[in-house]
Design a protein. Sequence first.
Length: 329
Amino acid sequence: MEGTFRASDAVELAVVERGGFAESRHVGSAIVLAPDGEVVRTLGDVRTPILPRSSMKPFQAVAAMTSGVSLRGEDAAIATASHTGTARHVALVRALLARAALPASALRCPAEYPTDREARDELVRQGLRPESITMNCSGKHAAMLLACHANEWPLDGYLDLDHPLQKRVLDVVERLTGERPAATVIDGCGAPVHALSLTALARGIQKITTSSTSSPFALFREAAALTEAVRANGWAVAGPGRTDTVAIERLGVFAKFGAEGVQVMTAPDGTTVALKILDGSPRALAIVAARLLVATGALEASAVDAAEPALGLEVMGGGAVVGRIRATV
């Protein structure tokens, strides 16, 4: 079966310690690009395709933004978000839909309760059922619908691979990564997700995050606007206590998590990391990416040390901290 790299082609990226005993080890692969795009470090197999999952959202947002949809600030951030469904997040999505007088029922992402505990509990107390608008990908879907509206593309079937919108997304992915996807499958939200190597994913994210607002090309101007929006609105990209939000707000990076153990992160100087933890666990993603940036001099170790307590790395035992998740890169 075609798929991602094997365990024999991965390396240890993190260890879970309990009372000084290494209880679990996370293996995977990673690549680090210097600001000029040079490969400065690889760990494991970075050429076999992986599924970026939500780490592909920046490409999808840029595709919408270059299709006649003006998104800036919080609006751009929610378009690339894996948000937690707080009232503030949902209000942004509703406002995007309102631009084209679209109802929330136009969203074709699955109906889910918010992942934010307080928001979910409030809906349950009110006796409300899960909705598509509280699903973590609803901002991306709203941006896609706006692109369809702006171009008079059909709203129905906007997730189909042969729809003009999805053809636009594929074009943006190929132009920015320089790689033709090895496969295309359906993501958890129903949208196509394209299989790329970690090398291609890193190059594409770096092109987005190092673009200039003064570029003569709309693709790069919009990419720069998205990058500025993410760094200024970390809360919208994820949510309270979420690792992407913590990393963006505490370290000034561009960060985007993807399901099944994928993370991309770009430091302020343009150094970019893409990594995949093979077992799909997200718990070590942010600290591994941050420590890789420290190792290349793109982030200060003291800044990562200060942010680490907010990344949820403690291992508990009997209500007390008895260990932690530690990057080994």
